[in-house]
Design a protein around this ligand. Structure first.
Ligand code: NAD
Ligand code: UDP
Length: 320
C-alpha cells in the first residue's frame, strides 16, 4: 500500500507542484481545494493518474464524519497532511480578508484534527510574513517579527502567526507530529499570471511589452525561490522530526528594481518601468537565514533567479 497524503490547497501553485512530487515519490494523494484562488487547470495533467483523487471543498467546513452534518467529509486514513490552503498574494488576501482569517484558524484546526485522528504527520505552510517588516536582517527563525496586528496585511500575517501557534499547541498538547515551514517568495510555472505577485506581474507585462509596475521606489528587497527548490525543502521537512519553524527560501536578495531588470534580461523585452504607490506596510526587506534548513535538512536552493525565470517563461507565454 502506498503512503497516502492529504494536500489542502492542492489546486494552487505550490499545492499542485507538491502533488506532483508526492506522486513521483510513490504516494497516493488526495487533493482538497475550494478554487478560491486556485484552478482545476493546475491539476488537469493528473486527470488519469490512479493514485490521485480530488475533493472540491472549503476546509473551514467540518471534515469529521458527522451524521447531523450532510456536508461533512472524512478523507479516511492518511499518513501525511500538508496544509497549504490559503490565499497567498496580497491582492487576493485583501479581497478575501475574512476567508483568509478563517482558513488560517478554523481551516487549519480542521486539518490538524484529521492529522490527529489518523496519527498522520502534519506540515503547515507558513510564511516569511510572520517576520512582518523585519528589524533583524537576514531573518533567522528565532526572530519574533515586527507585524502590524491591525493593518490591512494583518488578515494574512496574523492568520499565519495564529496557525503557527495552533500547530505548536496540537504538537505539545495532542502529540501530533507537526512541521512548520516559513516560505519566502516562491515563483515558477503555475504561479497565477494575474494574482498580482511581483514575478508574475513583471513577466506578463514584459511579454506584452507593457511597462513593468514598480511599487514605491523599487528599493525594497525580496528573496526569490524557484518552486522545485521549495518543494524539495518541504518534502525533506515533512520526513524530518523537526517541529519548530524552518525557513525555506533562496537567500539571494534583490531590490524590486533588480528583479525588474532580471525579468527584462531573461524575456528580452524592451518594456519600460512605471511607478505606482507602495501598498501600506509593504516590508522594506526580506532575506531568509537558511542555516537551520542547511543543518537539519541538508537543504539549500540550487536554482538562481535568472535560471528560474528562464524555466518559467514557457508557462507564462502559454497564458498570454
Ligand atoms: P495559491 O493561491 O496558488 O494556492 C492556495 C490554494 O488554497 C488555492 O488553490 C485556493 O483555492 C486554496 N484555498 C484557499 N482557501 C481555501 C479553503 N478555505 N478551502 C480549500 N482550499 C482553499 O497560493 P500558493 O502560492 O500556492 O500558496 C500556497 C500556500 O503557501 C499558502 O498557504 C501560502 O500562504 C503559502 N505561502 C506561499 C508563498 C509563495 O511565495 N508562493 C510564500 C509564503 C507562503
Ligand atoms: N510589487 C511591485 N510591482 C508589482 C507587484 C509587486 O513592485 O507589480 C512589489 C510589492 O510592493 C513588494 C514586492 O514587489 O514590495 C513583492 O510583492 P509580492 O506581492 O510578490 O509579495 P510580498 O512579498 O509583498 O507578499
Amino acid at each position: 500500500m502506498p503512503q497516502r497524503a492529504l494536500i489542502t490547497g492542492a489546486a494552487g501553485f505550490l499545492g499542485s507542484h507538491l502533488a506532483d512530487r508526492l506522486l513521483a515519490e510513490g504516494f497516493a494523494v488526495l487533493g482538497v481545494d475550494n478554487f478560491s484562488t486556485g484552478s482545476p487547470a493546475n491539476l488537469a495533467h493528473l486527470a488519469s493518474e490512479p493514485r490521485f483523487a480530488f475533493e472540491e471543498r472549503d476546509i473551514c467546513q467540518l471534515f469529521e464524519s458527522d451524521s447531523f452534518d450532510p456536508g461533512s467529509f472524512d478523507p479516511g486514513p492518511v499518513d501525511f497532511v500538508f496544509n497549504l490552503a490559503s490565499p497567498a498574494s496580497p491582492p487576493e488576501y485583501l479581497r478575501l480578508a475574512l476567508e483568509t482569517l478563517s482558513v488560517g484558524s478554523r481551516g487549519t484546526e480542521n486539518a490538524l484534527a484529521i492529522a490527529h485522528k489518523y496519527n498522520a504527520s502534519f506540515l503547515h505552510a507558513s510564511t516569511s510574513e510572520c517576520y512582518g517588516d523585519p528589524l533583524v536582517h537576514p531573518q533567522p527563525e528565532s526572530y519574533w517579527g515586527n507585524v502590524n496586528p491591525v493593518g490591512p496585511r494583518s488578515v494574512y500575517d496574523e492568520a499565519k502567526r495564529f496557525a503557527e501557534s495552533l500547530t505548536m499547541a496540537w504538537h505539545r498538547y495532542r502529540g501530533v507530529n507537526t512541521h512548520l515551514v516559513r516560505i519566502f517568495n516562491t515563483y515558477g510555472p503555475r504561479l497565477h499570471p494575474s494574482d498580482g505577485r511581483v514575478i508574475s506581474n513583471f513577466i506578463m507585462q514584459a511579454l506584452r511589452n507593457q511597462p513593468l509596475t514598480v511599487y514605491g521606489d523599487g528599493q525594497q528587497t525580496r528573496s526569490f525561490c524557484y518552486v522545485a527548490d521549495l518543494i524539495d525543502g518541504i518534502f525533506r521537512l515533512a520526513l524530518s522530526r523537526e517541529h519548530l519553524p524552518v525557513n525555506i527560501g533562496n537567500p539571494g536578495e534583490f531590490t524590486i528594481l533588480e528583479c525588474a531588470q532580471a525579468v527584462l534580461e531573461v524575456t528580452g523585452s524592451s518594456s519600460t518601468l512605471t511607478y505606482a504607490p507602495l501598498p501600506q506596510d509593504d516590508p522594506t526587506r526580506r532575506q531568509p537565514d537558511i542555516t537551520r534548513a542547511r543543518t537539519i535538512l541538508g537543504w539549500e536552493p540550487k536554482i538562481s533567479l535568472r535560471e528560474g525565470l528562464a524555466l518559467s517563461l514557457d508557462f507564462f507565454r502559454s497564458q498570454l
